[in-house]
Unconditional design. Sequence first.
Length: 329
Amino acid sequence: MPRTELSHVGLDELRWFLVVAEMQNVSRAAATLNLSQPALSRTIRRLEQAYGVELFDRPNRRLRLNRYGQALKARVEAALRELAQAEDDIATMLGPRTGTVTLAFLHSFGTWLVPDLLSEYAGIDTRTKFLLYQDSADEVAARLADGRADLILTSPRPRDPLLSWVRLRDEPLALATWSGHPLADRPHVEIVEVLHERFIAMPEEFGLRQTTDALFAARGVHMDVVLESAEIATIRALVRSKLGVAIVPGGPTAPVVEGVTLVPLRDEDAYRTIGVSWHLDRPLSAAARRFRGWTLTHSQIDAPPADGWPLSASTDGDGGHLGHDAASG
């Protein structure tokens, strides 16, 4: 492949390719990027000419990312993360550590993830100010998309292709049951065993609901949702009242609640992925770049546990410092 052809490939063109690769529709991608469809189509064709391969299959005039496109997408995403890290490193070296970071996150991160991150960050930077906003997954993504937030901590990955995303950690999920439920004494359970249950869940705009809906959709069924609440604490109380079961964040640090048992979900995909996200085309302040860089470097990355973790509740309390007696998620 001639170097002269690749030398004409610009960063903007690669970013636009990522949006098309995510949406696999030129018309929608062009509207998202505020470009004309012919201009975006020409950009994709120029990239394919530069790399000497077609990046998309086009069955029935539809786009489908092929193996060449998938390879390029993975490398471009990695390169953009490296460029972001370079910006963060330079911002850290330039100092001084001042400025304000607007950080939005899910309610369920407000009692463990965010306090832990900010507490550790305060050990190296006491002059940066933070404006914090808590809301549903859809709302924090909207806040980032329209410029009301610099960074967001969310789950699952935002659907907006203009929002960059890096995974930080995975958090296991559990089935919340009341004491005396037939499954309460089980060491673990699989989702196929609870398809018949009546569920208490969050509204559809919340990340935890989107994650659990995806788990059930992967098995070709829908949850039988009989009650909805925006607060995990309320969901647990409703479970305790035997109004239904629920899928909630679990793990050994989950809060202990009297009358509620968390039974680990054994399925390999029974976890929610937590990540940090920023806007692909909006420059960050030096303060936001410093915090993003620190978060990507220092945030613990956990894998879902291979085995179940028994956890039953007999007393009321909030558990350890990582417990998330959350409002919502």
